[in-house]
Design a protein around this ligand. Sequence first.
Ligand SMILES: [Zn+2]
Length: 412
Amino acid sequence: MTLLHSWRAVLNCHPTLIKKRVASSKTSSMSRSASRSDSNPVRARKAAVLMRAKAAGLFGLARKRSAGALRILCYHGVWLADDGFAGDSMFMGAETFRRRLAIIRRNGYPVVPLADAIAALAGAGPALPPASVVITIDDGWWSTFHSMLPALTANGMPATLYCDTAQLMGRQPIAHVMARYLEIVAAHRADHNATAVDNAGVDAARIEAALGRARDLTAPMEARIAGCRDLAAALGIDPTPYHDARAFDYMSPDNLAAAHHEGLDVQLHTHRHTLGDMSPAFVAREIADNRRALSDILGRAPETFRHFCYPSGVASPAAANVLGGLALASSTTTRQGLAWPGMPMHLLPRLLDGENMSEIEFEAELSGFGDWLRGARETVQRLRGGPRDPLSPSSLRRGGHGNIPVSDPARG
Ligand SMILES: [Zn+2]
């Protein structure tokens, strides 16, 4: 059995890895090559359709029809490790991010501060220029500080960082994310016939045990990071490049304060990156702790933090009602769509960008054509008697989101 075959055997018999491997296969096919032409036939067809739609003037038409809607872009971090993996929906290439900003600039989309945009959306502030864009970044990755903020500054574009503070103050790599990406990278290498796989380390039981230690939220962070080291060894991956690149580190509180001093808008993302059971008490405690920590780090009064982003992509109308009572002006989700006037201010959708999105898809989303396509697809599904998505942008525009919790934990 070759090295690669033994690897695939483990991946194929390991339930967690099967799931990750599927995700990674999608990810890898959508990686850096996707930004160019794309070798995946389905995605290549989609790109061709979008190119034709753009050439036919449909992007321009969509932009006019959605001029009053806000494009709230959502980013996370940059993939800094030089290991052949290009990134995915969460981490994107630094060059991809710079090219996105160039597309926004080249196409004349005005980038406005979140606070101004929310005031306008709520009818409480001056109207915005047509087709305005807001740039938001979740979490507080070192790579955001290292690569995204300089690119934004160079373009003179305002941005908001939704920052969870317990991880920021912990000054340790984020173990559960590291564990997830070690699996993704391992599957990516297997898919790409990489040779740097240690056959002797392939041991499903050891992988399972190491994953369990890395993901044990009740264990001290040192023990969880030790679990990541063991996972890397079990997967045959040298963790040194990730450590050196600070791939799974948050920025420091000092970094955050410096970025804020340079003009970065910093807002709320909970203290512990969770809303727990979404009970009013849990939600209120997370917002209060997050406000207090940001206040200490940035030297601003706690009540001046008035915008929130749900962590882990989990949102619900019930939580939105609680957030509305906490002196917050807006809350954003990871639902894909434009934010229209009249939508609930604590369930605002965003446009999730990542390495898995090609440039033509990004242009389609910016123009509003992507939103139009999703709305049309939803209408067809509804006519066929399919289930209604209460938090889809078209449901939110109609005010029909009801009171049904909906989660989208893929990102956030
Ligand atoms: Zn987050």
